[in-house]
Design a protein around this ligand. Sequence first.
Ligand SMILES: *[C@@H]1O[C@H](CO)[C@@H](O)[C@H](O)[C@H]1NC(C)=O
Ligand SMILES: *[C@@H]1O[C@H](CO)[C@@H](O)[C@H](O)[C@H]1NC(C)=O
Ligand SMILES: *[C@@H]1O[C@H](CO)[C@@H](O)[C@H](O)[C@H]1NC(C)=O
Length: 403
Amino acid sequence: MEMKKLLSIFFLLSTILCLFTGNASAGGVFNVLSYGAKADGKTENSKAFLDTWKAACNATGYAKFVVPGGTYLLGPVRFTGPCRNVRTMAVQVQGLLKATTNLKSYPSDTWVLFGWVDNLILTGGGTFDGQGALAWPFNECPKKKHCKILPTNIKFVNTNNTVVNGITSLNSKMFHMAVLHCNNFQARNLKIIAPANSPNTDGIHIERNSGVSITQSHIGTGDDCVSIGQSNSDVFLANIKCGPGHGISIGSLGRYKNEGDVRNLVVKDCTLTGTDNGVRIKSWENSPSVSNVVNMTFDNIIMNRVENPIIIDQTYCPYHKCDTSAPSRVRIRDVSFKNIRGTSMSPVAVLLDCSRGVPCQNVKMQDVNLRYVGGQAGVQVSSATCNNVKAAYSGKQVPPPCQ
Ligand SMILES: *[C@@H]1O[C@H](CO)[C@@H](O)[C@H](O)[C@H]1NC(C)=O
Ligand SMILES: *[C@@H]1O[C@H](CO)[C@@H](O)[C@H](O)[C@H]1NC(C)=O
Ligand SMILES: *[C@@H]1O[C@H](CO)[C@@H](O)[C@H](O)[C@H]1NC(C)=O
């Protein structure tokens, strides 16, 4: 208690000191307009933005990078650290950023990257518009396994302690956001929007992280609202409205060698509307390595006219043909579906299709009520299909349990 008091007095004093001595080198505000940015929607601003970042990253203490209101045309930019003396990097985007549309000007698959920074805060209510409509016709990934990956709107790479609050991502060329190799990443009040038929415009893809929380957000795109790739632990998704899109997915997993485990995931208080899937775990057959999916809880989820509300798919194959010569080696265990209700557009409202090589272990279904409404005759009987799994059931069960 004493120590806490002392510390808070110390922080108060140092904040006051900062306010009085505040100049550019000792923290401060770095406004893109002061570094030559033009909010005219026509001038390409990447140099001005990068110069602003360089100055902010060179500051000491609290650095604030500001993009005021207005429309800024922006090519690919990499905001990278380490920013050795910055304690907090607050990036405030109030304006509308519009991505340049010439795909040849993108050296990598990223439009805006934040990487190797600690204590990053991205806020401001602004919008990242990927202007994807012009790129979507060039995306061959839905058809071809080896395809060019188009730019992601916003990527976070190797960051510790990140907060993203109140940002909109619109019409990305491909994925909207990717969170890669981060510790303690928190996002809330996001809007992520693209048309239902835009290819691979996943909302947020997360991979190789520990501690990710995404809450209070609306995601409607042409692919997964959130996809949780390999090697993630302690992931919390809550109060997400998803749709249109492909739902909330773990995977796809088991495609590449040496993938890491996915552990400790909670998805709760979410609503999915008009999506292809609700909550899904998907893995490829003939996986080159063994990996584990452990401790997943899906709780209090409403499905509105969802095609496949609950689905474990261990024979995942998005192409015409996949290698099915060996079963999936992704081992799924300790998964619980609780209080999941609403309507299914397909008769099989619950599909648990586990690997014939490594059956799912300890799958629990508690209070599931999913009515089939996709047929001609209004509400009809829904059913469940189970392969290589013996689920434990409690509470209400519509569809009735697998035999
Ligand atoms: C970084 O800060 C130092 C001292 O605070 C200053 O002399 C130098 O010009 C700054 N560099 C940039 C790129 O802003
Ligand atoms: C993030 O934290 C890890 C583990 O504590 C550390 O090794 C790494 O250097 C940190 N990253 C940055 C950008 O500081
Ligand atoms: C399962 O995951 C939850 C949520 O992340 C966590 O609180 C709990 O400790 C985990 N259980 C085990 C046995 O690791």
